[in-house]
Design a protein around this ligand. Structure first.
Ligand code: NAD
Ligand code: PRE
Length: 306
């Protein structure tokens, strides 16, 4: 495939930027991929594994002459990085981010973006529990959603060009309002992660009571929880701090449902439990039938908060 951008700069060299570097270089989607991360150790590892065409020692150097700049740092670090690179951006360049939360990233980054630079926020719905420069792999985005949340006045040509890159990396794209994105992701990703973190915490307390049995006899369901609970603490701290309202809304709804089921168990109401589980099974089967088992559920189905 021919190059979609001349030079791409990746700021932050972890799972997502690393996977982008592999996918872009394998696909010949840019003439050059330049990388920068804050820690010298990360930059050294990135050089060792030949992650990018060039690894440089400052964000300013990375973005100089870049046509696309990707902010791939934890959500809480986006503002500082944007402020740092702003004076060095090439006129006409596009800046995107891959943060798991959109509205607060837009609020933090947009004020730093100079006139003549296109800011197109985005979020790949793909990941693993691993982080750092060694965690990336080229096929991470294949057949996964990559949501773009452009601002109303963003140049459509810049959005289309980024869409081309994302599709060339194997992802499916959709566009969404940032606040709606944050509500949808609170349901499909953020609250489920918090529940997994909590469940593993509960098991850890119990371990002392059951003398390691919860570890030894981990059933598959719990093992899935522990995989999720192994995700990066900095990333997830920032997600919850920056998607506070939507996450609290969904957790409130979750707690209400949990009480309903808890009461059904206490009252021995088998019919209610059966009906509930029949409904949830149908939802899962609907996702599989729609060929969406690697993607997020139907975005239109989630009612706004309130
Ligand atoms: N991990 C996932 O499943 C996943 C999926 C989709 C989106 N995201 C989002 O992508 C972003 C990156 O996540 P990741 O999983 O690649 O993280 P990661 O921990 O693997 O990598 C983050 C990188 O950013 C660097 N970094 C941190 N602060 C920095 C700063 N101030 N300046 C420069 N570099 C800095 C770190 O050194 C590290 O190399 C986050 O915003 C996250 O919310 C993550
Ligand atoms: O598969 C995983 O390990 C993930 O948690 C990936 C996952 C998700 O919840 O689906 C996590 C956070 C992101 O922002 C996007 C994707």
């Amino acid at each position: 495939m021919s190059a979609i951008y001349d030079r791409v700069a990746l700021i932050g060299l972890g799972l997502i930027a690393g996977s982008m570097a592999h996918a872009i270089r394998e696909g010949g989607l840019a003439r050059e991929v330049v990388g920068y991360a804050r820690s010298a150790e990360t930059r050294e590892t990135a050089r060792e594994i030949n992650l990018c065409d060039r690894i440089v020692d400052s964000a300013a150097e990375a973005v100089a002459d870049a046509d696309l700049v990707v902010l791939a740092v934890p959500v809480g670090a986006m503002a500082a990085v944007a402020a740092d690179i702003a004076p060095h951006l090439k006129p006409g360049a596009t800046v995107t981010d891959v943060g798991s939360v959109k509205q607060s990233v837009i609020d933090a980054v947009a004020p730093h973006i100079p006139q003549g630079i296109h800011f197109v926020p985005g979020h790949p719905l793909a990941g693993t529990e691993h982080s750092g420069p060694r965690a990336g792999f080229a096929s991470l985005f294949r057949n996964r959603w990559w949501l773009l949340t452009p601002l109303p006045d963003t140049d459509p040509a810049a959005v289309d060009r980024l869409t081309d890159l994302v599709r060339a990396m194997g992802a499916k794209t959709d566009r969404m309002e940032p606040a709606h994105h944050d509500l949808v992701l609170a349901v499909t990703s953020h609250a489920p992660h918090l529940i997994a973190f909590t469940m593993v915490g509960v098991a850890d307390h119990l371990r002392r009571v059951t003398d390691e049995e919860v570890v030894q006899y981990s059933a598959a369901g719990f093992r899935d929880f522990t995989r999720i609970a192994a995700s990066d603490p900095t990333m997830w701290r920032d997600v919850f701090l920056h998607n506070k309202d939507a996450t609290l809304d969904i957790l409130g709804r979750f707690t209400e449902e949990l009480f309903v089921l808890q009461r059904a168990i206490r009252m021995g109401d088998g019919q209610q439990l059966f009906d509930y589980f029949t409904r949830t099974r149908a939802i899962r089967r609907g996702i599989i039938e729609a060929g969406q088992d690697t993607a997020a559920p139907d975005f239109g189905r989630i009612a706004p908060a309130g």
